[in-house]
Design a protein around this ligand. Structure first.
Ligand code: GLU
Length: 468
């Protein structure tokens, strides 16, 4: 391997959603580039014109932006480079590393059958024919690959993987219509982009052998290969629709934070001892391809939720408030600037139990309710005269609290219970219902701080005046 500066890339095909596996491949490429002070690039493999869409390109850009895995250079679009791919095939023809294969579809079919019967790969009679014999009919351009010996892939994850050359056919580089094939395009693009490390899913391991032959034919230096194991579902089977979510955007929609996903995906197939939670800086410092394990990784929702809760507890309340705003907007609840201040103030009191930002959004609803709140039926029934009197006295006690903070309010509630000669259970649940209207709410003191003095006392007043 040469000591060229490291350049990695992801090369997704824009044909639909951005799969969580692609996100992990992006992350590993990004981590390795950052770890080595190299660069991380993006190539959009849009040569399948029927299935590639602009919308899917945008999904990839958005997914990478959301994950904060931004490429260091503008993206390369593969289809736009078809001329260059063709030119390289021509160059290879000129050097004798490729040949024109004039087999008709019928001849190819017949050869296929014979090859199958003989247990060998397809061979074209045109491989060794003289160009002077060329008929005037369509042809494909095939690589003149070695038919003996082996092609050895020194894979940084899988180790040494050997392919018998006699089992590899002369792969097509240009189709009869002159369009380049996938493997040619990948090799030319990776070469031209200066890619030193190809880190991708192990479903491409066989392509690595074919691509190596193209590199050799061209006399180009092969990149370092690193084929990552797949991500399986919690049951150990290949991740599929059956397991629920697969798209990056779905994890966003389900309320997972991008830093959670980065930390979580890094742990899928790679790790640093027993460390479960680590920052980007730590991951960058620690990451190395040689530590990627070759066994498939399993998606584990409990771990993902645990991590997300950790990052929700770490995040700036203002940022979380922005996310909550988006979530509530999707439920047709529009938040005013005043509401946003309430949400931001409430978040520190309700986030500890939140596994997702959707739960966080549920947990702030109580604070956003407009007075007068509707009491749940059970609380209405409990608004007896005795309760009303007690809550009036509680209102006075609360009004006298000098600092409207958690310790003062907790102290006031305890002192009030003592003065009344009852346990907190005698009025706490009712106070909670009055403050929250039955929506999930944090501890009483926290709920009151989140609401503020005026709103808390106002909600109490509403309940008392209704009961009167
Ligand atoms: N376009 C290929 C894919 O989406 C990636 C090929 C590669 O990384 O070399 O699976």
């Amino acid at each position: 391997m040469s000591d060229r500066p490291v350049r990695t890339r992801i090369a997704p095909s824009p044909t639909g959603m951005m799969h969580i596996g692609t996100a992990r491949v992006a992350l590993f490429n990004w981590l390795y580039a950052r770890h080595t002070g190299g660069q991380f690039l993006l190539r959009i493999e849009d040569t399948d014109r029927e299935r590639s869409t602009d919308e899917a390109v945008k999904v990839i850009f958005d997914g990478l932006a959301w994950l904060n895995l931004q490429p260091d250079e503008p993206p390369v679009f593969q289809f736009a480079r078809a001329e260059r791919h063709r030119a390289v095939a021509e160059e290879l023809l000129a050097r004798g590393g490729a040949y024109r294969d004039y087999m008709t579809p019928e001849e190819l079919e017949a050869e296929r059958e014979v090859a199958r019967a003989e247990g060998r790969v397809v061979r074209s009679p045109w491989r060794d024919a003289s160009p002077n014999d060329a008929p005037a009919r369509p042809f494909v351009v095939r690589l003149k690959a070695p038919q003996e010996g082996e092609t050895v892939i020194l894979d940084a994850v899988k180790g040494e993987v050997r392919f018998q050359n006699k089992q590899l056919d002369d792969l097509i580089l240009l189709r009869t219509d002159g369009t380049p094939t996938y493997n040619l395009a990948v090799v030319v693009d990776d070469h031209d982009m200066g890619i030193t490390h190809v880190i991708r899913g192990d479903d491409h391991l066989n392509n690595a052998a074919r691509q190596t032959l193209i590199y050799q034919g061209l006399g180009w230096e092969t990149p370092v290969w690193a084929h990552l194991p797949m991500i399986n579902g919690p049951d150990g089977k290949k991740l599929s629709k059956r397991h629920g979510s697969q798209a990056v955007s779905e994890f966003d929609d389900m309320g997972y934070l991008p830093e959670t996903m980065r930390n979580y995906l890094a742990k899928l197939g790679w790790g640093h001892g027993d460390d479960e939670i680590f920052s980007d800086e730590q991951a960058i410092a620690w990451f190395d391809i040689k530590d990627v394990v070759s066994a498939p990784a399993r998606l584990d929702w409990d771990k993902l939720n645990h991590l997300n809760n950790h990052y929700i507890r770490q995040a700036e309340p203002a940022r979380l408030a922005g996310l909550v705003k988006k979530i509530l907007a999707s439920r047709d609840v529009a938040l005013t600037a005043g509401d946003m201040a309430i949400v931001e103030r409430t978040i520190p009191f309700v986030r500890d139990g939140a596994k997702t930002t959707l739960e966080l959004a549920d947990n702030v609803i109580f604070a956003l309710k407009r007075r007068p709140l509707e009491l749940p039926e059970k609380a209405k029934a409990q608004m007896t005269e005795e309760m009303t009197d007690r809550l009036s006295r509680l209102r006075q006690a609360l009004e006298a609290v000098e600092f409207w903070d958690v310790p003062s309010l907790e102290g006031a509630l305890r002192a009030f219970a003592e003065a009344e000669g009852v346990g907190l259970g005698k009025f706490g649940p009712q106070l909670r219902a009055v403050l929250s209207g039955g929506a999930p709410a944090p501890d009483l003191a926290g709920a009151m701080v989140a609401l503020g003095r005026d709103e808390s006392l106002g909600r109490l007043d509403d309940a008392l005046s209704r009961a009167a």
